[in-house]
Design a protein around this ligand. Structure first.
Ligand code: PMP
Length: 295
């Protein structure tokens, strides 16, 4: 990590120990690498406090349960390991990547030959979108890559298998925009490649239900709560491409992005082409909440 302009090697928590970045190695036979077989979480640290850690831990164990992955550590010991890693790296405002892989196996698919799952934790600086993008808002496109069918890979599982999202991200980058909106097999909005989707129309906030094919974002949950506290109506409802094109405001939420306005999709300008008032209000409320300046 770069700290005050100086490069500092990270301490990585790997399989029970804090080790130097250069020594944090896992086997080429790890099924996390060979098959994307594993689960993970991205977590923020704000003003020295780990944000929504309980919710992330719950989601991690839930994802692991669904893919029949045993996490070889109790939840409290894992929390302890995360706290130690944050402390060892002096992270005050940063990002934690918590990964559990299936572990070392052989070249076959069988996950049960893997001896034991491997946990590693990285705590580092965060690479957010450039600050000016929050002021101007971002442009996005609709991806042609369809979101994974929920009966194929449940989108609520935060697995190491991100190829579906990566294909859509490539479409975005090919179009010179940072994000793409993914639709499900029925044509309804699912989510962005790494964020959840919200729109505002006639003062009401809409977001697709998780069943449309979205990860149940922790930021999404916080933003829904904050919006309700501001007496804003929030409706979970299937959204179409049309709904996105004609909305008054459009924003994305996610651990890394927080709350970011979208001002154009597929060449259609949203509102007056700048992040709207509800978007700005929720971004501000989220910031205050995350930094503990509000209950
Ligand atoms: N959808 C996807 C596909 C994601 O990877 C993420 C996390 N980056 C989100 C939504 C947002 O979830 P959270 O708010 O929990 O970070």
């Amino acid at each position: 990590m770069i700290y005050k302009g100086v490069f500092m090697a990270l301490k990585i928590w790997l399989d029970g120990k804090l080790v130097d970045e250069a020594d944090a190695r896992i086997s080429v036979f790890d099924h996390g690498l060979l098959y994307g077989d594993g689960v993970f979480e991205g977590i923020r640290v704000y003003s020295g406090k780990i944000f929504k850690l309980d919710a992330h831990i719950k989601r991690l164990y839930q994802s692991a349960k669904v893919i029949r992955l045993e996490i070889p550590l109790s939840q409290s010991k894992l929390v302890n390991a995360i706290e130690k890693t944050v402390e060892a790296n002096g992270v005050i405002d940063g990002y934690i990547r918590l990964v559990v892989t299936r572990g070392t196996g052989n070249l076959g698919l069988n996950p049960f030959v893997c001896e034991k799952s491997i946990i590693f934790i990285i705590a580092d600086n965060i690479q957010l979108y450039p600050e000016e993008l929050y002021e101007t808002g971002m442009k996005v496109i609709s991806a042609t890559t369809v979101r994974n069918h929920p009966l194929a890979i449940p989108p609520q599982v935060k697995s190491l298998n991100y190829l579906n999202n990566i294909l859509a991200k490539i479409e975005a980058l090919d179009s010179n925009v940072p994000e793409a909106i993914m639709y499900n097999h029925e044509g309804y909005v699912a989510e962005a490649t790494g964020d959840n989707v919200f729109i505002v129309r006639n003062g009401v906030i809409y977001t697709p239900p998780v069943e449309a094919g979205a990860l149940e974002g922790i930021t999404r949950g916080v933003v829904i709560r904050l919006a309700k506290e501001e007496n804003l109506e929030v409706v979970e409802k299937n959204l179409t491409r049309f709904d996105l094109y004609v909305c008054d405001e459009f924003f994305l939420t996610g651990t890394a992005a927080e709350v970011i306005g979208v001002v154009e999709i597929d060449g259609r300008v949203i509102g007056d082409g700048t992040p709207g008032t509800v978007t700005k209000l929720l971004r501000k409320k989220f910031f205050e909440y995350a930094h503990g300046r509000e209950k």
